[in-house]
Write a protein that binds this ligand. Structure first.
Ligand SMILES: NC(=O)c1ccc[n+]([C@@H]2O[C@H](COP(=O)([O-])OP(=O)(O)OC[C@H]3O[C@@H](n4cnc5c(N)ncnc54)[C@H](O)[C@@H]3O)[C@@H](O)[C@H]2O)c1
Length: 364
């Protein structure tokens, strides 16, 4: 049986430096008999040459639509906006199944071209656990910039953080955090909620690497239901819970206005701002790397919020290495039917596409 041809497309999303396939993992695909084509990409954290040395064929950015029909197109973020029918199998985060902006148009392009979508968010094992996720590095980066914001706040900086760029590696990030904390001459109390999960563990590790102790909460500590007055007595809250149903809020606006509040930085890694289950209903929009902090309360004792929905981008090396390694074992099974992950993802795509088609045919 012929091994698949995997084509890594270039990423175009601003600030995105990560990749789902590192040169090291590409080398392993090549060694297993895969043909691997890589589009040159200036913003990818790895040099194009590293892929060439790994045995991949290099090509110019955006050439994937010309690839033969049986090629599997691998990417991370959205396809560049266009309208031509999609004929290939695509593996990437399509953000199309929760009715996000443009989902109809995208799925209709697949239906029209006969292509297939293996959404990275829906690659799950028999226990419905994601086989690859960036969560750990979201928590790590989120907690680290929360600490940075808090340290700058102590020196009176408003806003506490300016535009952020990707860090060379996690050590550089932690060095910067530790230096800023040392300059502030004081140490924050840090609460992580969802501390046992992927991003929660990352958040705890970042704070620990910066020499801090963390108060770790998970299901047990929040069982009684919020709001939790104790959060006001912390300096930094890092929220990392995974919520998929209603729960009482952890915090309320009224609580934040109470006298004696110590809390001055909230990092919402979960970023459920547009969900009706959001346990932090104290803000109404996310932030980004250009303006990481949103001032929730001004004045002598301000409260700043960070809610960036692509935090792992801040650590493109570690997050790419980790993610690519998690994905590789599954990519290696692309040509056979032994791994249910691919068929499961395809079934979800077919269900969503069928639902969309049925919806379109319904009389107005
Ligand atoms: N901002 C970003 O860049 C980014 C990146 C990746 C993931 N995320 C988001 O972060 C969230 C967490 O992802 P994850 O991979 O860490 O999930 P996970 O499932 O690994 O961990 C979630 C944790 O939350 C805990 N939890 C759930 N409900 C709770 C409650 N009521 N009280 C206390 N703890 C509770 C769970 O027990 C678990 O330990 C998700 O919403 C995910 O979409 C954000």
């Amino acid at each position: 049986m012929k091994s698949p041809h995997v084509w890594l497309r270039s990423e175009t999303k601003t600030f995105e430096r990560r990749t789902p396939l590192t040169p090291g993992c590409a080398r392993e695909l090549v060694a297993a008999g895969f043909e691997v084509t890589v589009e040159r990409c200036d913003q990818r954290i790895y040099d194009d040459d590293a892929y060439q040395r790994a045995g991949c064929r290099l090509t110019e950015p955006g050439r994937w639509p010309e690839a033969s029909k049986d090629t599997i197109i691998l990417g991370l973020k959205e396809l560049p906006e266009d309208s031509f029918p999609l004929v290939h199998a695509h593996i990437y985060f399509a953000h199309a199944y929760k009715e996000q902006e443009g989902w109809r148009e995208l799925l209709a392009r697949f239906t029209k071209g006969g292509g297939r979508l293996y959404d990275l968010e829906y690659l799950v094992d028999e226990d419905q656990r994601r086989i690859a996720a960036f969560g750990y590095w979201a928590g790590f980066a989120g907690a680290a910039i929360g600490l940075l914001a808090w340290a700058k706040q102590q020196g009176g900086a408003r806003p506490p953080l300016g535009k952020l760029s990707a860090f060379e590696n996690k050590n550089r990030l932690i060095e910067e955090v530790s230096d800023s904390l040392a300059k502030s001459g004081t140490r924050p109390r840090v609460l992580v909620i969802g501390a046992k999960g992927r991003s929660g563990r990352g958040a705890v590790d970042a704070a620990t690497a910066a020499g801090l102790e963390v108060v770790p909460w998970d299901l047990e500590e929040t069982r009684g239901g919020g709001p939790f007055a104790r959060i006001n007595a912390m300096d930094i809250l890092v929220n990392c819970v995974f919520v998929n149903g209603p729960l009482p809020p952890f915090l309320t606006e009224a609580q934040l206005r109470l006298p004696g509040r110590r809390l001055s930085v909230i990092v919402d890694v979960s970023c459920d701002v547009h969900s009706r289950f959001n346990p932090l209903p104290v803000y109404s929009r996310g932030t980004d790397f250009r303006e990481p902090c949103l001032e929730l309360i001004a004045g002598e004792h301000p409260l700043d919020l960070i809610a960036i929905d692509h935090l792992p981008t801040l650590l493109p090396v570690e997050s790419s290495e980790d993610y690519s390694r998690q994905l590789l074992g599954h990519l290696l099974t692309l040509g056979d039917r032994s791994n249910p992950v691919w068929d499961n993802a395809l079934r979800i795509f077919q269900q969503k596409s069928a639902a969309l088609a049925a919806n379109i045919k319904e009389p107005q």
